[in-house]
Design a protein around this ligand. Structure first.
Ligand SMILES: Cc1cc2nc3c(=O)[nH]c(=O)nc-3n(C[C@H](O)[C@H](O)[C@H](O)COP(=O)(O)O)c2cc1C
Ligand code: SF4
Length: 426
């Protein structure tokens, strides 16, 4: 089983530094792209490979790049989204800390494809080790001639900067990220215009996830057919999957795209801890709908998880067992989302704290029968199309699916006027 993204990451947790990266073929794809390929050919290759973005929405990367207007004068920008604040998600950190040059090489080639003049790594504030490794990698890449003026003697030049964020979940939303990078408050922007046309400082800008960009050098070196052959399903490549919660071996693994939930859970995460029973999982991070044991054979690719009623999201599963209160679990998540609301639009600013308050009252024995209907209404009022960005609809996904799959737990809280679970955490 090939693991292109992670196979060279040292086991001891250290980063693969420049000379080690070069020794395993690092920067050969950049040489190839600059020497043998026109920018449009790089874009066409990524489009043909059908690489889908790994940041959550799964939008085709080559298609996104093709929206950049190539005939306008002035700067263009490329940004690696390394904000990674989705609860349960810790996959990009592995790549940032373990193989920073793989990301840089992918970024330089992506920048060449769209003819960007400047590139930024927008890094989560709390990722101190990743910041140290990225800073070093950028400096080493400049010294080696992979960044700066006339890269490897070509006509292409690129400046690169590391930017550490302010520690808000919203900063990962791509248009809020642009505002943050411009020094403004991290509220989202109206779309259209899309960032590809009018992004950072009003100039064409591509924002891609770390895992997405880490693929580019491999696709340039090995081609689209190879990329597609890595996967079990129509979505190409491998995926960094994660599992957290009460399993025996929480962690992250690079596995073929389309592996089932059951294989992930039982073979890689070592099954449930303490003999507890699996009740459900958020398959793609905290802002996705629960799937249950009826879905264990669902293939974890974009289409498979969508057909089951959820989203692949970031591919990082959060597991709920039968000793954990689903109401408390969701309350905890809504607390996070309410805190992280940027306050820009009313449904989210008012609705998320209200949702959180209702869940709190259910957990603490003061919930009422009408509360469930109120929660249902919130899932609609804060759903897709009613708010300015995807934070609030994302926050509603675990709630709406918990109301569907674990309804008897909600009802029991109201009937018994307390949390029926022994270990509830308030
Ligand atoms: C509230 C919110 C937070 C987000 N956080 C991240 C993040 O930390 N990293 C990321 O890559 N995408 C994040 N996204 C998705 C980005 O807006 C964007 O779709 C993504 O960076 C595009 O990269 P991709 O095409 O490579 O997937 C977030 C979206 C929302 C609504
Ligand atoms: S949905 Fe929430 S986070 Fe998004 S713009 Fe509205 S208030 Fe801000």
């Amino acid at each position: 089983m090939e693991r292109p993204l992670t196979q060279h990451i040292p086991e001891n947790g250290a980063a693969l530094h420049l000379r080690e990266y070069e020794a395993v073929g690092g920067y050969t794809a950049l040489r190839k792209a600059l020497r043998d390929m026109e920018p449009a050919q790089v874009g066409a290759l990524v489009k043909d490979a059908n690489l889908k973005g790994r940041g959550g929405a799964g939008f085709a990367t080559g298609v996104k790049w093709s929206f950049v207007p190539m005939n306008v004068p002035g700067p263009k920008y490329l940004i690696a989204n390394a904000d990674e604040m989705e609860p349960g998600t810790f996959k990009d950190r592995w790549l940032l800390e373990g193989n920073p040059h793989q990301l840089l090489e992918g970024m330089i080639i992506a920048a060449y494809a769209i003819q960007a003049t400047d590139a930024f790594v927008f890094l989560r504030w709390a990722y101190k080790d990743a910041a140290r490794e990225m800073r070093r990698a950028i400096a080493d890449a400049y010294t080696a001639g992979y960044l700066g003026k006339n890269i490897l003697g070509s006509a292409f030049s690129l400046e690169m900067q590391l930017h550490t964020g302010v520690g808000r979940y919203m900063c990962g939303e791509e248009t809020a990220l642009l505002n943050s990078l411009e020094g403004k408050r991290a509220t989202p922007r109206a779309k259209p215009p899309f960032p590809q046309v009018s992004g950072l400082f009003g100039k064409p800008t591509i924002v891609n996830n770390v895992e997405t960009l880490s693929w580019i050098s491999h696709i340039v070196n090995n081609g689209e057919a190879w990329f597609k052959s890595l996967s079990y399903t129509a979505d190409g490549g491998t995926k960094i999957y994660g599992v957290s919660g009460r399993v025996n071996k929480p962690g992250a693994w690079e596995l073929p795209m389309g592996i089932t939930m059951r294989e992930l859970l039982e073979e890689h995460a070592g099954g449930m801890r303490n003999g507890y029973r699996f009740r459900g999982a958020l398959p793609g991070g905290a802002s996705t709908d629960f799937l249950t044991d009826a879905h264990l054979d669902v293939k974890m690719d974009f289409a498979g998880v969508a057909a089951a009623g959820s989203r692949l999201g970031t591919g990082t599963m959060v597991v709920l067992d039968d000793h954990t209160c689903p109401v408390g679990f969701v309350h905890n998540l809504e607390h996070f989302f309410a805190q992280e609301s940027c306050g820009f639009c009313t449904p989210c600013r008012e609705g998320l704290p209200w949702t959180e308050k209702i869940l709190w009252s259910l957990e603490n024995g003061t919930g009422e029968p009408a509360d469930l209907e109120l929660l249902e209404r919130h899932t609609k009022l804060l759903g897709p199309g009613n708010t300015f960005c995807a934070l609030a609809p994302g926050a509603m996904e675990p709630l709406q699916s918990a109301l569907k799959y674990f309804r008897e737990d909600f009802e029991q809280h109201i009937k018994e006027k307390k949390c029926p679970y022994a270990h509830h955490q308030h």
